[in-house]
Design a protein around this ligand. Structure first.
Ligand SMILES: Cc1cc2nc3c(=O)[nH]c(=O)nc-3n(C[C@H](O)[C@H](O)[C@H](O)COP(=O)(O)OP(=O)(O)OC[C@H]3O[C@@H](n4cnc5c(N)ncnc54)[C@H](O)[C@@H]3O)c2cc1C
Length: 483
């Protein structure tokens, strides 16, 4: 597919050391940590500028070569695995932080800037500002996380990360470079209003509508006090009551809830996990409170206790809420200093690190149905012989929840990847009818989503793709319902 002539043109654009067709390099980029079968990229190219990307896309269009944008390939959805060959456009060399504006509170990043880079930059240069980090490893990209509508530390208060984008620069599939938002009129990247909001042409598209070369995201002032509390629940009903009640207050900025087996794993218990005793909690939530001063904090603590008491009374179940330093093991607190590497997740099933595999079904879920979604998933995971490692999150003050089924597995065990795929398919079949939509949606899951999609929505999505990418070169394996 990529002839010598095309390869030479690619080398002319980025330089010889930044193009590879070596089998060992192709191998590295041919798979990710999920159960997705190995793909078949033909070349890796590492551009440094939007203009280089522009030229690469012109060639890709001329010869109809698939183009797969890539930073760390750590999306957990098989989203950078190509089964149609093509060129992987690895953006790691584009790692400049281009602009910081403390007044309108945004930072402009190249796509290779990672959570680790951004945290270091803010700590060293603007310690009064913070970003909302994902539970993802520090080597993953801030831009791709926002483009994938990721969920992060403060999603309870401010929703998913697509909402933090205030401006974009994009190389379109046909090679034009365009800016979206107020940066289309001046060098101010602070808002996407009031022009027609075209950020949606690139958010959630998994790299099918262009390559983002600059991304402006909000930063927020560091609160004077930031304190973590832990809640443990004797049943799901009391948890539901607490979730709903806190979502109707302005008490919380961040939350993350783990099924009890997940807590045991994070505390260092090994696979296979022991049986859960009847007297153990079912779940634990970390609740993050921002406060202006001690008085404000005390007041918020009091309100939280009242919510706990009322929720227990209403449900006849029990919830205990304590400052994290009194209850949470040090290990868990370390993992929650984001971004962190979360080693126990990766190593849980594979121990010696050979064959480390990691997959999930993440769903953006209707709050009315989260419990059913959680319970169905819990059972499916147990039936397949996997520990029910489940993560729940209240998003955007209760407008939606995340229920994510986490599946560390061992690729070195014959048949385990196939079992994981079977289990994931069952999880989608069980949760889709509840209004739960897979995020970072893999291609196989997109085919299932198609069955419930409004045909008019699908027709519009196809029109948008055809207009932006007439030759369907951009990451063509993604969103398989578009084929
Ligand atoms: C242990 C673990 C925990 C995680 N926890 C979370 C979490 O809590 N919340 C969360 O949201 N995510 C989480 N993630 C997922 C993931 O790490 C992030 O969303 C992440 O930022 C993806 O970054 P990446 O650099 O690996 O992107 P990649 O996997 O390289 O790319 C992701 C997608 O974006 C496309 N793309 C890449 N660059 C561009 C570009 N410049 N323009 C257009 N499209 C592009 C790719 O083609 C692909 O479709 C987790 C991952 C792991 C491994």
């Amino acid at each position: 597919m990529i002839t010598e002539k095309i390869l030479n043109s690619m080398i002319d654009i980025v330089g010889e050391e930044f193009v590879s067709t070596d089998p060992e390099d192709l191998y590295i980029y041919s798979y990710d940590m999920t159960e997705e079968p190995q793909g078949n990229p033909n070349a890796i190219v590492m551009p440094k500028t939007p203009e280089e990307i522009q030229q690469l896309l012109k060639i890709a269009n001329e010869y109809k070569i698939p183009v797969i944008p890539y930073v760390a390939g750590a999306n957990i959805g098989g989203l950078t695995v190509t089964h149609r060959g093509g060129m992987i456009v690895d953006l790691k060399r584009m790692r400049q932080i281009l602009k910081f504006d403390a007044i309108s509170k945004y930072v402009v990043l190249e796509p290779g800037v990672t959570f680790g880079h951004l945290k270091k930059f803010l700590l060293e240069n603007h310690p009064d500002f913070i970003y909302s980090y994902a539970f993802a490893p520090p080597y993953t990209s801030v831009t791709t996380n926002a483009l994938l509508e990721g969920l992060t530390e403060f999603s309870f208060r401010w929703g998913c990360m697509g909402d933090w984008i205030t401006g974009l620069e994009v190389v379109l599939p046909t090679g034009e470079i365009t800016r979206i938002g107020s940066c289309a009129t001046s060098d101010h990247w602070n808002m996407k209003y009031p022009l027609p909001d075209m950020t949606g042409l690139f958010i959630g598209w998994q790299g099918m509508t262009g390559i983002v070369t600059k991304c402006a995201v909000k930063v927020v002032p560091k609160p004077p006090i930031r304190k973590l509390y832990g809640a443990v629940y004797s049943g799901l009903d009391v948890a539901d009551e607490v979730f709903k009640k806190v979502a109707n207050t302005d008490l919380i900025h961040g939350d993350f809830t783990f099924s009890w087996p997940t807590v045991l794993m994070m505390m260092g218990q090994k696979h296979p996990l022991r049986e859960i005793r009847d007297d153990e909690p079912v779940m634990m939530t970390g609740l993050l409170i921002f406060a202006n001063d001690k008085k404000d904090l005390k007041n918020k603590e009091r309100q939280l206790s009242k919510i706990a008491q009322e929720a227990s009374e209403k449900t006849n179940q029990n919830v205990q809420i304590l400052p994290a330093e009194l209850g949470a093991p040090k290990k868990i607190l370390e993992y929650l200093d984001l971004p962190s590497n979360l080693p126990p997740f990766f190593e849980f099933r594979s121990g010696d690190k050979k064959g480390v595999g990691m997959s999930w079904l993440g769903t953006y879920t209707n709050p009315n149905n989260w419990k059913e979604c959680y319970e169905k998933g819990y059972k499916i995971m147990e039936d397949h012989g996997f520990e029910p490692l489940i993560f729940v999150k209240n998003m955007d003050s209760g407008h939606f929840y995340v229920v994510r089924f986490l599946i560390p597995f061992n690729k070195a065990v014959p048949g385990e990847a196939e079992e994981v795929r079977k289990m994931l398919e069952e999880l989608v079949d069980a949760t889709l009818p509840l209004g739960s939509i897979p995020y970072k949606c893999p291609a196989w899951a997109a085919k299932k989503v198609k069955k419930v999609l409004d045909p008019a929505w699908l027709a519009l999505a196809r029109k948008i793709r055809d207009t932006l990418d007439p030759n369907h070169i951009m990451n063509p394996d993604r969103w398989a319902f578009l084929d």
